[in-house]
Design a protein around this ligand. Sequence first.
Ligand SMILES: NC(=O)c1ccc[n+]([C@@H]2O[C@H](COP(=O)([O-])OP(=O)(O)OC[C@H]3O[C@@H](n4cnc5c(N)ncnc54)[C@H](O)[C@@H]3O)[C@@H](O)[C@H]2O)c1
Length: 94
Amino acid sequence: MSFAADAEMQFLDRFLFAVYLTIAVGMCHWQVTGGAGFIGSHLVDALMLMGHEVTVVDNFFTGRKRNVEHWIGHENFELITHDIVTPLHLESRY
Ligand SMILES: NC(=O)c1ccc[n+]([C@@H]2O[C@H](COP(=O)([O-])OP(=O)(O)OC[C@H]3O[C@@H](n4cnc5c(N)ncnc54)[C@H](O)[C@@H]3O)[C@@H](O)[C@H]2O)c1
């Protein structure tokens, strides 16, 4: 199998696992630390598209607001500027 096909299979596996988790667990409230970064913002996109509630906590040390700005204003999305070195207490209805 070529590298591209292998990567596609891995992506499909992860996507199906995420769908399975959503069905099994239901909707959740996720906190994504570093959610304004490269990897975190893709995770945020996937979770938001699945209909989850997402709170991004980021100190914007290397992350960029533009990575998540398309979700700002969405009822399921919250963005908190915070450095996780110090404790953060969040409430969730789940
Ligand atoms: N287009 C591209 O291909 C591309 C773009 C960006 C990065 N990359 C690469 O992707 C790799 C992984 O990127 P990544 O997502 O791990 O890094 P990242 O720097 O993009 O994301 C880390 C996130 O964590 C945040 N963060 C760091 N310390 C924190 C703290 N104490 N409290 C709160 N938030 C904190 C940062 O502000 C950032 O938003 C890197 O090797 C990078 O070079 C590739």
